[in-house]
Design a protein around this ligand. Structure first.
Ligand SMILES: [Mg+2]
Length: 251
């Protein structure tokens, strides 16, 4: 049973990365391993990481408006290699083959390190007995499917919406409306649980959903300049609840 704030909620959607599973921690572990394993050309892992972070930030800012978006939706590999290539280029290293190998190690190690947060399975299992559950997750189709597979949680989520499969991602209204249709409920009877204020919480509030914002200390991208999880401005819209552990959703 959900806490009283969510009386009237009849279905629950979750974000995946850094809401249910340790994506940024896994990504950092994967990058570290990749850069340590390939010390060619004399660059240090620290230098590679900091150049990768710069390349990553500028890439994600524009990806939706470029030809890369179509490729990114279908497969994580093409853009992952491209980011490594750009990182190397920033270090004056022009080596396509090395970009490919770095990308491969990063992918394998990130996937190996990815796990559910300690309380996630217990909470999902309890809620799945009482509510239809779903996922709305951004990212390439193949990567998100592999994550769901690796985490072994597919059976709990009859409704799964992946950006790469629909070529529509959060915060786009259409993906939330598709999710409403899938459970056949009006927005006010659906709860969204997510870690990203900008991509999960703000749009869900705007489209009339109930919201739970989960904030975890590990929620810091490798490209972060502050080293801290995302903040929201004082005048910004507030979620119904802010939590740091998924068990806080349960009464
Ligand atoms: Mg997330």
């Amino acid at each position: 049973m959900l806490i009283p704030q969510f009386n009237g909620v009849k279905a629950i959607y979750f974000d995946l990365d850094d809401t249910l599973c340790t994506y940024w921690d896994a990504a950092k572990a994967g990058l570290r391993k990749a850069f340590e394993d390939h010390p060619e050309h004399g660059s240090t892992p620290e230098a590679m990481l900091s150049e990768w972070a710069i390349a990553f930030s500028s890439f994600v800012e524009t990806i939706g408006k470029t030809h890369w978006y179509e490729k990114y939706c279908a497969s994580g590999e093409i853009t992952r290699v491209e980011l490594m290539r750009r990182m190397l280029e920033r270090l004056n290293i022009f080596d396509e083959e090395l970009a490919f190998r770095l990308s491969h190690t990063y992918h394998v190690e990130r996937q190996a390190a990815l796990e559910l947060f300690p309380e996630a399975l217990e909470v999902i299992q309890k809620l799945a007995k009482e509510y239809p559950l779903g996922l709305i997750t951004n990212g390439p189709a193949d990567i998100q499917q592999q994550e769901i597979q690796k985490l072994n949680i597919r059976e709990y989520f009859p409704h799964i919406f992946i950006e790469g499969e629909h070529k529509i991602g959060k915060p786009d209204e259409r993906i939330f409306r598709m999710a409403e249709q899938a459970v056949g409920l009006p927005p006010e009877e659906i709860l969204f649980v997510g870690n990203s204020y900008k991509h999960d919480i703000v749009p869900a509030i705007e489209y009339g959903w109930k919201t739970a914002w989960i904030r975890r200390p590990s929620d810091v991208p490798p490209s972060s300049r502050t080293g801290k999880p995302e903040e929201r401005g004082e005048d910004s819209v507030a979620p119904d609840v802010t939590i740091s552990d998924l068990r806080e959703l349960l009464s």
